[in-house]
Design a protein around this ligand. Structure first.
Ligand SMILES: *Cc1c(COP(=O)(O)O)cnc(C)c1O
Length: 462
């Protein structure tokens, strides 16, 4: 399998090259040149496999330059860190199916991709004799999942900036109680935007970037999307076994268009998703786009589902590439237009395709709380506020005769305050997280100053 950029100037990369490049050198995102389609017999055979073996079968269609035995070992190891033997179990609550994606080490769905990506990086670096210093800023989930993905790995150091005292206590503890030698937590005296800006500036210093072999783990890496494709298959097989239905509706809480794009790929490969439902919070650029062709940027609202508080959904460019006939030049034009005018426009034909591929709606904080509360009353099951967006939107717009499956992206205890507001009690933390506050911590407080942070990276890089 070869990879190309959505902007057309990077072609014929191997899987290894695509993963190590992350963002394409022409500013675009990398995609496989074809999407393999599975026959009914193949689907039938895959439906019997446990999660890690299913993951191997799907991923090996794309990671064709890794020897099978190595890939299998790497995938098996990636999912050993999950506390549920099914990795991503589904549960039935009322008439809904819920796909629980939060059984990894940091209790959010990003673990599914980042456990795999961390092992991939280590594998590629050991083959090439290279090293990598990962730097990134986080407002919560991504940072902790990235740290858990690479802690203790060879030839990789990781530096994660978080805004001091502005991430939730549990998120902060998840990061700062990782004391491995290769992990560096920086509590920046400023906002998330300050930290993010500093990271952008550091990556913009190409000499520094090269000198320190800087790498990123953001959601534009193809390997992350790929790892997520797997659970759409797994979920479909379970729902099909339980209900005998021949299609399913799936509702996906979305921020950066990463998770939903994995669903789109799974559908192209043969998972019979009838309605692929894109659920947003009040940061609703994507649902405005699908419903009214209005892809125009607005201010970021801080909501109860902070991991979806995103206006520019980076992964949308991947879908845009398909919408624009796989023509890199058209993508470049569209992205330029977006940069200049803050919006994109679509033809009637493109709108038809968009509406055919997705349905969408958004819910605000009030509806999020209502959804958590009414679902709890009906079923006794506690939704986290991100999952509540998927459930709330799914119920609002799914009218098909097929079963509805909602993706649950975080354990409710991770967002205890919102849950407390909705149902008057805070969910219990799983055992491994009790007593985190009394563990040893590794974190330094640092001013929001690019030069100080560069100096810190220089001293501590591998
Ligand atoms: C990151 C995240 C999302 C959004 O996922 P995207 O891939 O950005 O669409 C939803 N819920 C939780 C809990 C997350 O951490």
């Amino acid at each position: 399998m070869k990879y190309c950029s959505t902007r057309g100037q990077v072609q014929d990369l191997s899987f290894t090259e695509a993963v190590m490049m992350g963002l394409a050198d022409d500013g675009g995102l990398l995609l496989p040149q074809t999407i393999p389609q599975l026959s009914a017999t193949e689907l039938q055979n895959l439906s019997k496999l446990p999660y890690p073996e299913l993951a191997f079968q799907i991923i090996s269609k794309y990671a064709t330059d890794i020897p099978a035995a190595d890939l299998k070992e790497l995938i098996t190891r990636s999912y050993k860190s999950f506390e549920n033997p099914q990795i991503t179990p589904i549960v039935k609550q009322g008439d809904l199916y819920i796909l629980e994606l939060f059984h990894g080490p940091t209790l959010a769905f990003k673990d599914i991709a980042l456990q795999f990506l961390g092992n991939l990086f280590e594998y590629f670096l050991s083959k090439s004799g290279k090293r990598m210093n990962i730097i990134g800023a986080t407002s919560g989930d991504t940072g902790s999942a990235a740290i858990y993905g690479v802690r203790g790995k060879e030839n990789i150091n990781i530096f994660i900036l978080h805004p001091k005292d502005r991430v939730s206590p549990i998120q902060e503890l998840q990061m700062t109680t990782v004391t491995d030698d290769n992990v560096f937590n920086l509590a920046v005296e400023g906002t998330f935007d300050d930290a993010q800006m500093i990271i952008k500036e550091i990556f913009g210093d190409l000499k520094f970037k090269e000198e320190h072999a800087l790498g990123a783990v953001n959601s534009i890496n193809w390997a992350r999307v790929l790892a997520q494709v797997v659970y759409y298959f797994y979920a479909w097989f379970q729902v099909n076994k339980e209900t005998g239905a021949d299609k399913v509706d799936m509702s996906v809480p979305t921020g950066n268009f990463g998770d939903i794009f994995a669903g789109y790929i799974a559908k192209q490969m043969g998972v019979p998703i009838n309605n692929l439902i894109l659920a947003t919070n009040s940061n609703n650029i994507l649902s405005r786009c699908i419903n009214a062709g209005d892809y125009s940027i607005a201010d970021v609202h801080h909501s109860l589902s902070p991991s979806m508080d995103i206006q520019i959904a980076s992964n949308f460019e991947r879908y845009l590439y398909y919408l624009l006939d796989c023509d890199g030049e058209k993508v470049v034009k569209a992205m330029d237009q977006f940069k200049q005018h803050g919006k994109l426009e679509f033809t009637t034909e493109q709108m038809e395709k968009l509406k055919n591929d997705f349905s969408s709606s958004s819910i605000d904080d009030k509806e999020t709380l209502q959804t958590i509360s009414s679902f709890f009353k009906e079923t006794g099951y506690i939704l986290d506020p991100h999952t509540a967006a998927g459930v709330g939107v799914g119920k609002k717009i799914s009218s098909s005769p097929y079963p509805l499956l909602c993706l649950s992206t975080a354990h409710p205890a991770k967002f205890g305050n919102a849950v407390q507001k909705a149902i008057g009690e805070s969910p219990e933390l799983p055992g491994a997280f009790i007593g985190l506050e009394s563990r040893q911590k590794k974190v330094v407080t640092i001013a929001a100053d690019k030069d100080l942070i560069k100096e810190y990276v220089t001293v501590n890089s591998i």
